[in-house]
Design a binder for this molecule. Structure first.
Ligand code: NAD
Ligand code: ZN
Ligand code: ZN
Length: 403
């Protein structure tokens, strides 16, 4: 049984303080808190709804920052926790892993940071020293492995709810008015940048854009299919454009998503993969797409099969979408071997947070990367569940919370 399952769900209304109950698991190390109080959205069960709770933040330790959030993106990955697709290691679980804000407090002996610094938070921290960081693969930083449990590297927690430790989504918890993060997950940005747009680079943009630019192996003239053009896929479309693709085929059953995909660079849009495959073959002398990037909300076997079918010999399927924890991928083995097709997983689009977030923001500043166009609806923190209802109903390319 997962920690926290089987507990009685407190009856709550928005903006009410809630109590967590002991779940019988061994106590985890955490410091006596004397820090500030804030309001954040938490899950207390899964499947479950987001509930507002009064959270207490520990005083920042060395290498930590207290950030006052300005904006946070409603990524589908948080919804995977709420729906139960992704197991939650500990409840309460404070959500949000895409966000931007202003540093209000800096831990002791933490050089390089000052109150007032503007930051985009990266859902992957960068230690700068591990094998991955030191070989230009910051997205695979070993510190990332601690994020699953919502703890720091030593297994400790920094937020508290009525005396119980609270897990932080990706170590961040951007659905809180204030949060306490490791500075390795903060990327300083210029203060004149609009943080509502910039916050998207912490997950959605880096993931989608990088899935095209880094993972798909796109070259000038290529034909690329992007399957699912929500917050991630719309950025894969933009990445495909930057990488020089000639035909950028967006597939999404929702009209709004197809319209926005066209606005940000798709040359063709379809509601189904069959139509996209027909188009790709028609423009490649029957060979098929050079690559297909899967950015659907919940990855299913069929999505990978369709993308695998869509690509030409030696073509690439990029799997960016996340499925349920037990989803497996099967493709025809002969086709894999004899057609030399490649299936490439991609986390944060193989982007390096410390260099690619500033790069993407420069592209935004120069008008080449469109971010404002991706924000469909702004919500108050109190309306977070409406935001996720809208995501499910297909109303948003990206919804954001504005604090
Ligand atoms: N790999 C990573 O590092 C990473 C990072 C962030 C998010 N993700 C994952 O990426 C996925 C997309 O996230 P998002 O925030 O863009 O979600 P979203 O809900 O905003 O967008 C998903 C889109 O897929 C479309 N869709 C659903 N089924 C489809 C189908 N069969 N064919 C074509 N389109 C279909 C939906 O209409 C929607 O527009 C999620 O699974 C999310 O968890 C992965
Ligand atoms: Zn995300
Ligand atoms: Zn590292």
């Amino acid at each position: 049984m997962r920690a926290g399952t089987g507990r009685t769900r407190p009856t709550l209304s928005a903006a009410t303080s809630i109590s967590s109950r002991r779940d019988g698991r061994a106590r985890v190390p955490w410091a006596k808190l004397k820090g500030m109080k804030t309001t954040g959205a938490v899950l207390t069960e899964a499947p479950g709804r987001w509930e507002l709770a009064e959270l207490e933040l520990e005083d920042p330790r060395q290498g930590e920052l207290v950030v006052e959030m300005v904006a946070a993106g409603l990524c589908h990955s948080d919804d995977h926790y709420a729906c139960g697709d992704t197991p939650v290691a500990r409840f309460p679980f404070a959500g949000g892993h895409e966000g931007g804000g202003v540093v209000v407090e800096v831990g002791p002996n933490t050089p390089g940071w000052s109150p007032g610094d503007h930051v985009v938070l990266s859902f992957l921290p960068v230690c700068g020293r591990c094998r991955w960081c030191s070989t230009g693969q910051q997205n695979l930083c070993d510190m990332g492995r601690f994020l699953r449990d919502g703890t720091r590297a030593d297994g400790s927690y920094r937020l508290q709810l009525d005396g119980e430790p609270v897990a932080q989504m990706c170590g961040l918890a951007t659905f809180s008015r204030h949060t306490l993060v490791d500075a390795t997950a903060a990327v300083k940005v210029e203060p004149d940048l609009d943080l509502e747009a910039a916050c998207l680079t912490g997950c959605g943009v880096g993931t989608g854009w990088g899935s095209a630019v880094n993972s798909a192996g796109i070259e000038p003239g290529h034909t690329v299919i992007v399957m699912g053009t929500g917050g991630i896929g719309a950025n894969a479309v933009q990445g495909a454009r930057h990488a020089g693709a000639t035909h950028i085929v967006a597939v999404d059953p929702v009209t709004l998503k197809r319209e926005v995909a066209s606005q940000v660079g798709a040359t063709h849009t379809y509601a189904t993969m069959n139509e996209a495959i027909d188009l790709a073959r028609s423009v490649t002398n029957g060979q098929g797409a050079d690559s297909a990037i899967i950015c659907t909300g919940v990855l299913e076997q069929d999505h990978v099969r369709a993308a695998f079918d869509a690509v030409r010999k030696a073509g690439t399927v990029v799997v960016t979408a996340l499925g349920r924890a037990d989803t497996e991928v099967a493709v025809n083995a002969r086709e894999l071997t004899l057609y030399q097709k490649r299936i490439q997983g991609s986390v944060f689009g193989e982007s390096n947070p410390l260099t690619d977030i500033p790069l993407m923001l420069e592209l935004y500043r120069s008008g080449r990367l469109l971010l404002d166009e991706l924000i469909t609806t702004r919500y108050r923190l109190e309306d977070i569940n409406r935001g996720y209802d809208d995501l499910h109903a297909g109303h948003n390319v990206r919804g954001i919370i504005v604090f």
